[in-house]
Design a protein around this ligand. Structure first.
Ligand code: SAH
Length: 423
């Protein structure tokens, strides 16, 4: 007789799992129970290519969404022993201990390893706390202490991300350029892929608005090129940047071009991409959180709000309205009813306000100016179109700032809610 599960006794501490990485691509995994445990596990199974069959009379909306999208097969009924036929792996995650026991028993007979969500001592497989970083999978198995496993995993992942656990031989060594958008400034607001690219870089070419703190974390042997220190003049500077990117990549280096926000939102990122392509240098893009949406959001101002603004428009204010090189139709902008998000607009704000007022926007239109978004000195100045020029001057507002024009500003300040409450 083979050993049978469930075991009648035996504390969990006496069970020592043998760790293994299963390759589940195109292999059937049967999940019984469609609650929150399944909701957490199924996306991980899908991500590794498993053929997921779910058996459950009821499921959470998220799990139902996966079934509707055809990402899993869902049998909407109670578990039957035959469900385990053809499975390589099973997960018993119902809230009924008897059903879970039946799943484990059926799996045992077929020699299919089976996780049991409600009682690990009676299972033949345990789910570790899992995370991935730079091609490494970290899996931590604790004894009866899932929170501790998750905490250990998080420590390891953080160490890998931040470079306090250094495994540099793991680095991606392919030469080329990665255009990384760094987000609005707070080092926590960069994409994981962007952080990874930074940790793997041989050369980092950084803009003034790129999150500074992240540059401090770079290993000592990384070459840091500070664009703010390159010769002045926008055109010459851009050519010089393009040349540095291409030269370093051709010399076999991994180069990160590091900017604030997103590289393709008033960031000249596409010019750099074209320069790399023209030179035959491989170039990839990691998007960043762009400031016109993120910075108001951090200040508690939504760019859209139901019943208030159904569109938002992002505009560069680096040229004043009427400037011969301006590509913006300010009369058309003045007629828009949605939210306006003005970038690089502090200097020209008085002229822009005049153009919007002249085009028909009311002087009482609420305005918020969010300066240094996500950075230690972040502050918001509230104003109106009519008073904007005066308020900016009195408050000595300096770039970088996002100027938000529209009723969403009043929503954020609770004006609409207060009005509604008053009836
Ligand atoms: N590529 C960037 C924008 C570069 S243009 C992005 O996607 O966000 C520079 C302008 O962006 C600034 O003049 C300002 O209007 C805005 N900006 C960028 N970061 C900001 C921040 N942290 N706070 C406020 N405005 C910011």
């Amino acid at each position: 007789m083979p050993t049978t599960v469930p075991r009648d006794d035996g504390p969990v501490d006496s069970l020592v799992p043998y760790p293994v990485g299963l390759i589940l691509d195109a292999r059937r995994v049967v999940v019984v129970g469609g609650g929150h445990v399944a909701q957490r596990r199924i996306p991980q199974l899908i991500a590794v290519g498993a053929e997921v069959v779910l058996v459950s009379p009821e499921v959470t909306p998220a799990v139902e969404g996966l079934a509707t999208a055809g990402e899993i097969t869902w049998h909407r009924r109670r578990f039957e022993d035959a469900d385990l036929e053809g499975a390589w792996y099973a997960i018993a995650s119902t809230d009924d201990p008897d059903v879970n026991a039946a799943v484990v028993a059926g799996a045992e007979r077929r020699r299919v390893f089976c996780v049991r969500a409600d009682d690990a001592t009676r299972a033949t497989a345990w789910t570790p706390a899992v995370g991935r970083h730079a091609g490494v999978t970290v899996a931590v198995l604790g004894q009866r202490e899932p929170r501790r496993s998750a905490a250990v995993r998080d420590e390891i992942l953080e160490g890998l991300r931040e470079g306090t656990i250094v495994a540099r031989h793991q680095r991606d060594r392919t030469p080329g350029v990665v255009l990384v958008g760094g987000g609005p400034g707070d080092p926590d607001l960069i994409a994981v892929a962007g952080r990874k690219a930074l940790m793997e870089a041989d050369v980092v070419v950084a803009d003034r608005l790129a999150p500074r703190e992240l540059l401090g974390e770079l290993p000592a042997d990384v070459e840091l090129v500070d664009v703010a220190k390159l010769p002045r003049g926008r055109a010459a500077q851009q050519e010089e940047i393009n040349r540095i990117l291409v030269d370093r990549a051709r010399a076999g280096k991994r180069v990160v071009r590091f900017k604030g926000g997103d590289s393709f939102v008033f960031g000249r990122g596409f010019e750099e991409l074209e320069a790399c392509r023209a030179a035959g240098v491989p170039v990839t893009v990691v998007p960043g959180l762009t400031s016109p949406i993120t910075v108001p959001g951090l200040a508690g101002i939504p760019v859209t709000h139901r019943g208030i603004a159904h569109d938002f428009t992002v505009i560069s204010g680096h040229l004043p309205p009427g400037h011969p090189e301006s590509l913006t139709d300010w009369d058309a902008v003045a007629r828009l009813r949605g939210t306006l998000l003005l970038m690089m607009a502090v200097e020209n704000a008085p002229a822009i306000a005049r153009a919007l007022l002249g085009g028909g926007r009311g002087p009482g239109t609420p305005v918020a100016v969010v300066c240094d978004g996500s950075m230690p000195g972040e502050r918001t100045v509230f104003s109106t179109l009519g008073d904007l020029a005066e308020d900016l001057e009195r408050e000595a507002v300096k770039p970088p700032a996002i100027i938000v024009v529209g009723e969403v500003v009043a929503v954020a300040r609770g004006v609409h809610a207060a009005r509604a409450a008053r009836g």
